[in-house]
Every structure is written in C-alpha cells, then in structure tokens.
Design a protein around this ligand. Structure first.
Ligand code: PEP
Ligand code: CO
Length: 451
C-alpha cells in the first residue's frame, strides 16, 4: 500500500512521485521565477465559490440537480476574446435552460474555460516529413506551429495562461452581474447559428414556457424570483500541469484547508490518474470538488483506490467520476465500474463524457466524432445507471458557441466532406452551436419520456 498519510501532504508533495505528461523546460531558473510570480499573484477564483460549487455538486449526486460541464477541448491564448467568451456562455446557458425545463431541477453550469490550456498527448514527439519535434501540449506550454522555436516549452506561457484565465473569469462575472443570464430577460438569449427551423421553433417554445412559469409564480406570490433566477457559471480545467496548479494552491485560514484557486473544479485526465502518481498525490490534498476521467482501461481495484484516496471521508460533492467509454464499450464497462464504486461504500457524482471515447479519423485524416454516437452514449448512460439503481447526474461535452464543422451529423446533416469548411480545433473536434443545442433538446426530450 502506498503512503496516503494526509499529514505528509503539501502543495509540492507530488514532486516526490512520478509525474506524467509534464513538459521539459530548458531553463530551470526561468521556470522557478515564473512559478514564484504565479504563487504571489491573486487567485482566479475564491474559496467560498469553490465551496458553493461543491454543495451544488452534492445535490447533483443525490439526483436533485444536473451538471452541465462544457467548453473547448483546449482554449488558446488568442481565443480569449469577448465575443467568443460570450458565445460560449450563451450556448451553455441555452442548453441549461432546455435541460432545466424538462428535468425540473437546477442545472449546475461549469465551463471548460479560464484555464483549459494544458493538454495530455499520446506521444512525446511528433514527426513530419522526417523532422521530429516535441508534441504540442497546449498554449500553457508551447505553440502548435511545427517549428523548433514554437515547440520549445516556454515558462512565460504559464503567466500568459494565468492572465487569460483571470481575464476570462473577469468578463464572465461581469456578464452574469450585468444580467446576461437573468431568466427575466430571455430576449438576451436569441439564437445564433441555428439553421434548422424545427429546432429553432422548439427552442423558442421552451424559452416562452419558462417565461410563462416565472410570470405565473411572480403573480401568484407577488414576489420576484430574485436569487433563483440569477444563474452562475463556474470554471473547470484538467489539472495537468502540476507546477501551475501548485503555484495557485493557497491555505485558507478560515477553512483550515488548502484550495486550488486557479479554478473551481480541476479534474484528472485519463492518462494521469494512476494511484501513487503525482496527480493523485496533488489532488488528494486540495479542498476543491475534483473530477476524474474513467475509461475502459481502469480496473475495479484502480478505481476503488481513486475513490478512497481522493475522498477518504466520503464528503458529498467532492468526487465526480466522468466516464468516457465510447459507444462501443459502455455497455461492457459502465455496470462494472458502478458496481466497483458501490463496493467501496462511497458515493460519487456520475457524469457522462460522450466525446472522448467516440473520436475517429476520417479518410482525409481529420479527427471527428459522430453526433449519433455522442447521443447514443448519453442515452445508454442514462439507462444503465437507471438499471443499476444509480443516477447519472451530469454531462461533460466539448462544444463551442461558434459555427464550426468538426463533428458530423445532427439536424444540419454535416458529412465528412463538410469538415474542411470550418475546422478550427488544434486538438479534439467540438460540437458546434447548433449541434450542442440539439443535443440538449434530445437529452431533454428523452428525460421527459423517462419521467
Ligand atoms: C479532455 O477532456 O480533453 C481529455 C483529454 O480527456 P481524457 O483525459 O478523458 O482523454
Ligand atoms: Co478533448
């Protein structure tokens, strides 16, 4: 048994463990000075927001709320633009509204933004036409262009990423405070790239029915549904780059706990969740709600160790398991992992990521995902959890508020041949605005049928 002595934990205790997927920097002094600056800069989020999210996730775990987590596979530094951020919020908000109306329970909105800059890679290097260079690891580390200069790990990018994360959250908070997401103003929620008329109409019906319900409640009680109509957005990212995470880990005297204040909800990716390794060591000591991706390679024993190490006191809302098996594997693995977790006696929030197990490559060499596989994995997740007597409490989606062509299918009928038109992702293919909203509508429709 590896040491899991909580007293031995500190924000840098992971450094004594094997750390996978960490970049190699040429200049150790430059790296150290950047990490020292990051440790002094103000946090991106604050501890009471983190606690608030954990409480909401505890409700989702009990079936009283639903988590919608979504955003880009990887943010880039140049993507930090007001219009793009507003579009991202808008699609998440509209999806949540559609889900709220059919599920009749609060939707917890968590963006994959304000720090989603570091990516795990399946190979350390990339070779093109006989030239081999380090792999692109996200804008927090290096740049995607295939030149030795761009692929060099640059410590300054840690600061640029932190600054963009803070700018993003600043704008998100200002939009929310300014009424962008006030349920009394559905007129702010106009549709963007919605080309398909029946989808447009059904969305408009949903918005109108929420407006009517609010009016009815307010005329009945004579009160404004003030607090409950203001919506919040939380942020999340893969906590991959451990020096970045460590530098923003702060001790909060009032709580007597360490918090990672670079984000509300960091998660551990598929490739870095080995028990005893650095990521598990770092994550076990922070007070944030944390996620762990669960794939087909994870054995029962491994998953059980993840659950008991990360949530030894079985605190509600602390641990979200994000399963990503793919449509072909889910029926084989999901019952097994639900059962494995049950045997620990611990509770978790179960979330389906229907993206990462469904990636394929087209004949033309582009990475894509088919809308029907994404939808089917979500459907299967709902039904398997139900059969097993557990509860699917959320969905984790890669999406954008823009009109890209990266995933095929959906009402717009995108085919492999359409992908060239507006393929912008440097990493994984995202649902576009119309596909994302359509997915929410289909999830909502099935949830109405089930209830
Ligand atoms: C991701 O969420 O972008 C990702 C890399 O996922 P996973 O760790 O599940 O492969
Ligand atoms: Co991805």
């Amino acid at each position: 048994m590896r040491s899991t002595d909580q007293n031995a934990w500190h924000p840098a205790s992971w450094q004594a463990r094997r750390a996978q997927q960490q970049p190699t920097y040429e200049d150790a002094g430059a790296l150290q000075s950047v990490v020292a600056s990051l440790s002094r800069l103000p946090p991106v989020v604050v501890s009471w927001e983190v606690d608030n999210l954990r409480e909401r996730l505890a409700r989702a775990q009990n079936g009283e709320a639903f988590l919608l987590q979504g955003g880009d596979c990887a943010e880039t530094l140049t993507d930090c633009e007001s219009d793009r951020i507003a579009k991202q919020l808008k699609v998440l908000l509209q999806m949540s509204l559609v889900l709220l109306q059919s599920m009749k329970r609060p939707i917890v909105r968590v963006g994959r933004f304000a720090g989603q800059y570091a990516k795990p890679r399946s190979a350390e290097v990339e070779t093109r036409e006989g030239v081999t260079l380090p792999a692109y690891r996200g804008d927090l580390v290096n740049r995607p262009e295939f030149t030795p200069e761009a692929r060099r790990a640059d410590p300054q990018l840690l600061l640029r990423g932190y600054e963009r994360a803070a700018l993003t959250m600043n704008f998100v908070r200002a939009l929310v405070d300014g009424g962008f997401a006030d349920l009394h103003h559905p007129e702010y929620w106009d549709l963007g790239f919605m080309h398909h008329a029946p989808l447009r109409e059904s969305y408009q019906r949903i918005v109108a029915s929420i407006g009517d319900a609010l009016d009815f409640f307010e005329s009945l009680t004579g009160q404004r549904v003030a607090d409950s109509t203001r919506v919040d957005f939380f942020c999340s990212h893969e906590g991959l780059h451990l020096l970045y995470e460590q530098a923003q880990t702060r001790y909060i005297q009032r709580q007597q706990r360490w918090y990672n204040l670079s984000t509300h909800m960091p998660w551990i990716g598929m490739r870095t969740a080995q028990p005893g390794d650095a990521h598990m060591e770092y994550f076990r000591g922070i007070a944030n709600p944390v996620g762990v991706k669960v794939g087909a390679a994870m054995t029962d024993e491994w998953l059980q160790e993840v659950v008991t190490t990360l949530n030894p006191h079985n605190q509600p809302g602390r641990l979200t398991l994000i399963h990503r098996f793919g449509v072909k594997e889910i029926e084989r693995h999901l019952p097994r992992v639900i059962d494995a977790v049950r045997r620990t006696g611990h509770s978790v929030l179960w979330v389906c990521d229907p993206m990462h197990g469904n990636t394929e490559t087209t004949a033309g060499g582009l990475k894509t995902r088919r809308f029907e596989n994404i939808l089917r994995e979500i459907d299967l997740s709902f039904s398997i959890h139900r059969e097993m007597g557990s509860y699917l409490g959320g969905a984790h989606i890669e999406l954008t508020g823009e009109d890209v062509t990266e995933c095929t299918g959906g009402a717009g009928g995108l085919t492999d041949a359409d992908l060239q038109r507006a393929y912008r992702s440097h990493v994984d293919p995202r649902l576009n605005y119309e596909q994302a909203l359509e997915l929410a509508m289909l999830i909502a429709e099935r949830s109405r049928q089930r209830s």
